[in-house]
Design a protein around this ligand. Structure first.
Ligand code: HEC
Length: 156
């Protein structure tokens, strides 16, 4: 019995070793300085700080890849989340969004944080500093409302 357990464990470790050769690509696409959220909208410093702390790892081109993102199978999950997150919303490419899209994304930002859908749960387990306090959510939502009003006024 002991032998079987040892062998099974050895096989599992060997498999885990082989998995490491399948490395997904961890990209940080170049940032165009004039296309970022900060360059194209009015972002109070406190909002910038919250976004940087809690959202930018998945919603910008400046991901701080954590150590566990270098090991399969975690690497596959992390790269998948980052790619999907960026495709939905990237603060590094905010300037490329038409006004209607920007307005919709702003609405979504407030909604997602108020419902505790963002940041996603697995990320919070490993990044407790990214948790949003009620005050953080308020700050974000106040800003999205202001920014939406500004966009709407500019469209007229
Ligand atoms: C660990 C990665 C990760 C972090 C951190 C994260 N998100 Fe996301 N976000 C995603 C993924 C993946 C999606 C797309 C799938 C989904 O909607 O669940 C998404 C989708 C969204 C969407 C939906 C966009 C749309 O138009 O439907 C919004 C808005 C959003 N995130 C805002 C935020 C905000 C604000 C923060 C920070 C407070 C944040 N996210 C932090 C991964 C992340």
């Amino acid at each position: 019995m002991k032998k079987i357990v040892t062998r099974t464990l050895l096989v599992l470790f060997a498999l885990l070793g082989v998995l490491q050769f399948v490395q997904p690509e961890r990209t940080n696409p170049p940032v165009q300085a004039n296309q970022t959220l900060q360059a194209t909208t009015q972002v109070p410093a406190e909002v910038s700080t919250i976004l940087d702390r809690s959202c930018n790892d998945c919603h910008s081109s400046q991901t701080r890849w954590p150590w566990y993102s270098h090991f399969a199978p975690a690497s596959w999950l992390v790269v998948h989340d980052v790619n999907e997150g960026r495709a939905e919303l990237s603060f590094s490419e905010w300037g490329s969004y038409p006004a209607k899209k920007a307005e919709h994304k702003l609405e979504e930002i407030c909604e997602q944080v108020e419902k505790d859908h963002m940041p996603i749960k697995p990320y919070l387990l490993l990044h407790s500093e990214a948790r949003l306090s009620p005050a953080d959510k308020q700050t974000l939502c106040n800003w999205t409302r202001q920014e939406r009003a500004r966009l709407a006024a500019a469209e007229k």
